[in-house]
Design a binder for this molecule. Sequence first.
Ligand code: NAD
Length: 503
Amino acid sequence: MSVLDDNIQKAQGYMAAFRDSGVLNHIDGETVAAISGETMETISPVDGSTLAPVAKSDAGDIDRAVAAAKAAFPLWSKTPGAERRKILIKVAEAIEARAEEIAFTECMDTGQALRFMSKAALRGAANFRFFADQAPSAEDGDVTRTPTQMNTTSRRPIGPVGVITPWNTPFMLSTWKIAPALAAGCTVVHKPAEFSPMTAKLLVEIAEGAGLPKGVLNVVNGLGETAGKRLTEHPDIKAIAFVGESRTGSMIMKQGADTLKRVHFELGGKNPVIVFEDADMERAVDAATFMIYSLNGERCTSSSRLLVHESIYDDFTAKVAAVAKTIKVGHPLDPETVVGPLIHPVHEGKVLSYFDKARAAGATIAAGGEKVGEAGCFVTPTLFTGATNDMDIAQEEIFGPVLTAIPFKDDEDALAIANDTQYGLAAYVWTQDLDRAMWMTDNLDAGMMWVNSENIRHLPAPFGGVKASGIGRDGGDWSFDFYMETVNVSFPRAHHKIPKLGG
Ligand code: NAD
């Protein structure tokens, strides 16, 4: 039996549990169907078959979950940070113990390749550990003094919060939001993406099995425009942490306006990788191809625009095309697979439409540009050359294994092209010249920049974007600032003169 056959057999075992019980909601420690009894389906991107029925919830289900999160808040928010830390470390350990099940489930539900997803559960566990360790000091603040007053700041959890996540790497992304919220003392209602809801069910079960009290984390499945919308409008939800498309972020901001919702948005990107003529070509090719063809290109920080100095453009893009043509497209559970099927036929249709748009705009398809096979949502790793930055393929987030290469003349031209987009999430700069790297990173519109490197995440560092790519930062203490309110208490240091008014 091949490794792939063996993996498929294991995955069938994991999937059977979902098929039998469905992906229901989890509210106040109980697994419950939507009040309406309605379901939708999550499908396999490998062949379009139904993986499991999923609760199709609406406003009433959200109200129930918010009530549970509100009821659990007083106890959880007053649980000492050291105690919360212990529980969250146990959650991390329990995630690690079920890493294979999480990875296989994620591959089947999203189409992401196992070679990347095998680390997703471990990264999720790392998120829990990192934020757990900060729980004991999360309330701490500063002391500032004047001759008459002593001001002490401290932080307190903001209240029950809503977490709304996308479909691309749902387990890792949801732990990024949920772990700091819980560490801060907030309770959570999580609305996972309708295309890939399975691992959210595993996470809440694992967390409660590890000792998280009931009602502290609740999961409600359903459509964005019904369940998601109600969560963003609910008066008892104090903040919304959202990861998804920029236009959804804009809708959420409007929906949350009446209740003055605090929002944290991690949105789309059209991130440039800028390769100067003095770059280490081999490393730059490896990094550029890794950042667009790993995770199916369904990655917010993907290097989806390749800006190359005109003197090395032909040579560099030929090397990228050669890599793209040798990448294995296949079953997500095959350990050799780099690019698995895209999440859903609807998304596949969107990605395929850019192959026609590229041709119509006059760009060249130097690699890929095709659907693979009849069944499933497989597309070839693709490179467009001869593109200009005004084309749709250079401006719109394709969110697939599709790279658009554009030549530039000099540093000013590279910067102008890089910044000529509505987005500003990440940028990658390849040069041996320190002054040039400094000038570029000082002037690029991006929340995160890497010099001579692919994206390497460091949890204490801030993660987030500028312009249409987001509001707020994750990581380090930035996460706690979002999930907590800073309050100031002023004490008198001495009797001071208080103004007397009137008689
Ligand atoms: P999406 O915006 O369509 O959906 C994300 C979530 O929002 C889903 O759970 C959906 O049900 C919900 N939603 C939709 N409409 C809603 C509404 N009116 N009110 C409340 N909730 C609503 O995004 P997607 O297609 O699932 O994910 C892909 C997008 O996510 C890409 O743009 C990608 O760049 C972005 N993303 C960003 C980051 C980041 O860190 N910046 C990370 C991963 C993905």
